[in-house]
Design a binder for this molecule. Structure first.
Ligand code: ADP
Length: 151
């Protein structure tokens, strides 16, 4: 059976921390689908089109990485894209508390849909999309946190 992982997130923006999870996921899975969740009630800071383009640029030559956007329950989006695993990163206990619950719900929604967690690489643990957005908003340099050039 082909092992396909669905890596869901807001990716607003996609950071070096996310890229690290994808690259390490590729050692475990035949394919990693990056699913950009487009919750229609939540306004994004970085437009979805721009982020899709930047992520594509990051994994340009890798045919095992796909990028899609979805407005659905994550478990349903994973099934719709023929993924059999969810992939998530864990930075700290706060991530764990949340992920613990959501992974149980996802497995309940779609029987057999296992979530695989990768512990973040220590040097990337402090990076969060929220902090990058805040820095960018006030004109600070964010290149160190992103695997692509923003402009
Ligand atoms: P969400 O909106 O679902 O929280 P994010 O875009 O913030 O989505 O993150 C998507 C996934 O990437 C989550 O599993 C999150 O824990 C993980 N992640 C975020 N930042 C990092 C990082 N610096 N290192 C490793 N994993 C990360």
């Amino acid at each position: 059976m082909k092992k396909v992982a669905f890596f869901p997130g807001s990716f607003d923006p996609f950071t070096k921390g996310h890229a690290d999870i994808v690259m390490r996921g590729l050692k475990l899975f035949d394919e990693v689908i990056i699913g950009i969740g487009t919750n229609s009630t939540k306004k994004r800071y970085f437009p979805i089109e721009k982020m899709t383009e930047k992520i594509r640029e990051t994994f340009n030559d890798n045919e095992k990485v796909k990028i899609i956007s979805y407005d659905d329950l994550t478990a349903n989006a994973a099934v719709a894209n023929e993924a059999n695993f969810l992939l998530r990163g864990l930075r700290n206990t706060t991530d764990f508390e949340y992920e613990n619950t959501i992974s149980q719900v996802n497995r309940h929604l779609v029987g057999g849909l296992e979530t695989v967690f990768l512990i973040t690489s220590p040097e990337l643990a402090p990076i969060s999309s929220t902090i990058v957005r805040e820095l960018h908003k006030y004109g600070a340099k964010v290149d160190d946190y992103l695997p692509y050039d923003l402009d």
